[in-house]
Design a protein around this ligand. Structure first.
Ligand SMILES: NC(=O)c1ccc[n+]([C@@H]2O[C@H](COP(=O)([O-])OP(=O)(O)OC[C@H]3O[C@@H](n4cnc5c(N)ncnc54)[C@H](OP(=O)(O)O)[C@@H]3O)[C@@H](O)[C@H]2O)c1
Length: 440
């Protein structure tokens, strides 16, 4: 059999440990499929003494991940340390500059430096594979980069953060408040001690920036993404969504429009019968819309050691076989800066929940402000509290009454202007809740 592919593994945490287990467990099958064995030659992590669930006795320890990347006994670097900065960045750059292929699961690194790293990899004629960086075990990178090579993409959208999907699913299924679900997610290890990166949408934005580059050939640019998280979503919104035939999901959406590429992350109403609406819990999903092709939805585990290791090992198998594709599926030098479609130009339906002051003229004022912005309404629901015995209780004059509006397609700009005017008119209490409706 041909000589083995010698792997230098930087990072022995959740993902790194699972990579070791998967490579050891599947050794013979992989060797048969790739025509050569894949062997871990050396590893690196922060603390050598840490107890880990793997046998590293026969494997060299190199304390510094950058030295690991430069080590002449290593054919390929697997970087599963994480973070956009050093040592992950310098280890990856060192390996590529030395003409060694790299496999990474590091979305933060790719979101910040993806284009530069792709240029370096191509200059040195080596692979930079990052299947694990988006949606863990779902082979979405390969699908966009290779499986759908002949297609023109129009829109990519997905559930890319398991923590947020878990929280929204639990809220809906068990009628719990956002804060309770978040605390439970933290207890179960689905959410970090500081959950803001996940729940405020930034994790989804990093992943979306990578998908948008693969789909539209633009340079990775998370700064071009409009980001809103799920912390303002209430049970009232989920209930209203259900009644209206929708479900609320945190989506990352990238769309090709006349004005440029629109990239946004926000809570989204999706049709309850759609494929993406069925995805509950920590599971991820991505839907691909392309010209002359019915939508494709891939669903699967978006995180976890084994799911992520599965993607890492598949990237390694390509390298072992000698398969190399440009990291973003086209020459990096030909990738243009994103022409960003301004969020104000976004067009679609909107769900708006207002607390209207229950006094004469409130409804008429709201209707007038919407009409001034040419916003037409598909439905209006005014809610009243249900008292003992099921009797409808009208608020005392001056009390706020929840009003739910669903608009026909309109622009973000029109909605923002109309709601700013309604607030100035003092006919509502508090901030209006706005959730965009995604056609699907
Ligand atoms: N976990 C997932 O489900 C998942 C899913 C998709 C993608 N990813 C990505 O995969 C990467 C790794 O994630 P993870 O969850 O496995 O992280 P993790 O459990 O925190 O592991 C990080 C590893 O890197 C090592 N490390 C940290 N700083 C280091 C340094 N300065 N020098 C050398 N080694 C250092 C740590 O060493 P010690 O063990 O000695 O502390 C640890 O082994 C990240 O980019 C993440 O975004 C993770």
């Amino acid at each position: 059999m041909a000589k083995p592919l010698k792997v230098g593994l930087a990072g022995l945490g959740t993902v790194g440990t699972a990579v070791v287990q998967l490579l050891q467990h599947g050794r013979d099958k992989l060797a048969m499929r790739c025509g050569r064995p894949i062997e871990i030659a050396a590893v690196s992590a922060r603390s050598r003494g840490k107890k880990r669930d793997i046998d590293l006795k026969a494997i060299r320890w190199i304390a510094d991940p950058v030295a690991l990347a430069a080590d002449p006994a290593i054919d390929v670097l697997v970087e599963v340390i994480g973070g956009a900065g050093d040592p992950a960045r310098r280890a990856v750059e060192t390996a590529l500059a030395a003409g060694k292929p790299v496999v990474t699961a590091n979305k933060a690194l790719l979101a910040s430096h993806g284009h530069k790293l792709a240029l370096l990899a191509e200059r040195r004629g080596v692979a930079l594979n990052f299947e694990a960086s988006v949606a863990g075990g779902i082979p979405i990178v390969k699908t966009l980069r290779e499986g759908l090579n002949g297609n023109t993409f129009t829109r990519i959208y997905g559930i890319l953060n398991g923590t947020c999907n878990y929280i929204l699913s639990r809220m809906e299924e068990d009628r719990l408040a956002f804060g309770d679900c978040l605390r439970e997610a933290q207890r179960l290890g689905y959410a970090e001690a500081d959950p803001s990166f996940d729940v405020e949408g930034h994790d989804t934005a990093q992943k979306l920036s990578i998908l948008a580059s693969l789909a539209f050939g633009t340079r990775v640019d998370p700064g071009a993404i409009y980001v809103e998280g799920i912390s303002s979503i209430t049970l009232a919104d989920l209930d209203a969504a259900a009644e209206l035939g929708y479900r609320v999901k945190l989506l990352g959406v990238a769309v090709r429009t006349e004005a440029g590429i629109e990239q946004r992350v926000h809570p989204t109403m999706v049709r309850r019968g759609s494929a993406i609406a069925q995805v509950m819990g920590v599971t991820n999903a991505v839907t691909i819309d392309a010209e002359r092709l019915s939508p494709i939805t891939l669903v699967g585990p978006g995180a976890g050691g084994m799911a992520t290791a599965s993607a890492v090992v598949s990237d390694l198998a390509d390298i072992a076989r000698g398969v190399r594709t440009a990291p973003f599926g086209r020459p990096a030098a030909r990738m243009a800066a994103v022409r960003k479609a301004p969020m104000q130009h976004h067009e679609g339906g909107y769900y708006i929940r207002l607390l209207a002051r229950d006094r004469p003229g409130s409804a008429a004022t709201i209707a007038r402000r919407l009409a001034q912005q040419q916003i037409s309404l598909e439905s209006i629901v005014q809610r009243h509290e249900i008292g003992a015995g099921g009797a409808v209780q009208h608020g005392r004059s001056g009390e706020a009454v929840p009003v739910i509006l669903i608009t026909y397609a309109t622009s973000e700009d029109a909605v923002r202007k109309a709601l700013a005017a309604v607030r100035r008119d003092r006919v509502i209490s508090g901030r209006p809740q706005v959730i965009r409706i995604e056609k699907n």
